[in-house]
Design a protein around this ligand. Structure first.
Ligand code: AMP
Length: 217
């Protein structure tokens, strides 16, 4: 089963992709994570992407499609994959439609996580990540069980994403509305678009997504 999770920044795509990766045994491909790794390593792609990401803009399609094509073709994706953060433009979606058949693959379902714009800004400004294992938290909705200690690895070091600052968030939401939201009618027309209420609590959203994946809706 190959799935795309669509939704604005802060909708919970990363959280749900992580849970689904563990429960469905498929691989999670997050282009945001791949870019952040490239930035941390200081690779050529990372150098190009860093400024663009800080401005809340989209990294050029040609960079993104070669990055994702390379990952999808690897053996760990043979059981299926969840795309988190890709495609983000019509050109990226068309690229997938042209490339996947060559690998004997296709997108089975596209799941939109729908969230109010107002809630997004609040969610994004409260989120933080364990610097050691990358586990994601939110000061209001998903705090660590013990204050200042990662539930997953016990580390006490946390960080916030450089692009989660208020001024960047507005640009990221604009990029979503202008360039990514047109993918909704694109996939609706293909008959593979499903939508879940991303305002519900995390476990409920996961349950809804699992029902869709299992074909129970
Ligand atoms: P994310 O973690 O998915 O919110 O992505 C963080 C940032 O990485 C985005 O704001 C973009 O600058 C960049 N990015 C991630 N995925 C893509 C993509 N598919 N196309 C263009 N830029 C991307």
């Amino acid at each position: 089963m190959n799935i795309i999770l669509l939704g604005p920044p802060g909708a919970g795509k990363g959280t749900q992709a992580q849970i689904l990766q563990e429960t469905l045994g498929v691989c999670k491909l997050s282009t945001g994570d791949m870019l952040r790794e490239a930035v941390a390593k200081g690779s050529e792609i990372g150098k190009k992407a860093e400024k663009i990401m800080k401005e809340g803009k989209l990294v050029p399609d040609e960079v993104m499609v070669s990055m994702i094509a390379d990952r999808i073709a690897r053996p760990d994706c043979s059981k299926g994959f969840i795309l988190d953060g890709f495609p983000r433009t019509l050109a990226q979606a068309v690229f997938l439609d042209e490339t996947l058949p060559k690998l004997n693959k296709k997108i089975d379902k596209v799941i939109e996580i729908h969230v109010d714009d107002k809630a997004l800004v609040e969610r994004i400004s409260n989120r933080f990540t364990c610097s050691k294992c990358g586990a994601g938290y939110n000061k209001k909705t998903r705090p660590t069980k013990a204050e200042g200690v990662c539930d997953n690895c016990g580390s006490a070091e946390f960080s916030c994403r450089a692009d989660d600052k208020a001024e960047t968030v507005a640009a990221r939401l604009k990029a979503y509305n202008d360039l990514t939201a047109p993918l909704l009618p694109y996939y609706r027309e293909k008959g593979i678009l499903y939508s879940v209420d991303g305002m519900a609590e995390i476990g409920k959203v996961t349950g809804e997504i699992r029902k869709i994946v299992a074909g129970k809706t």
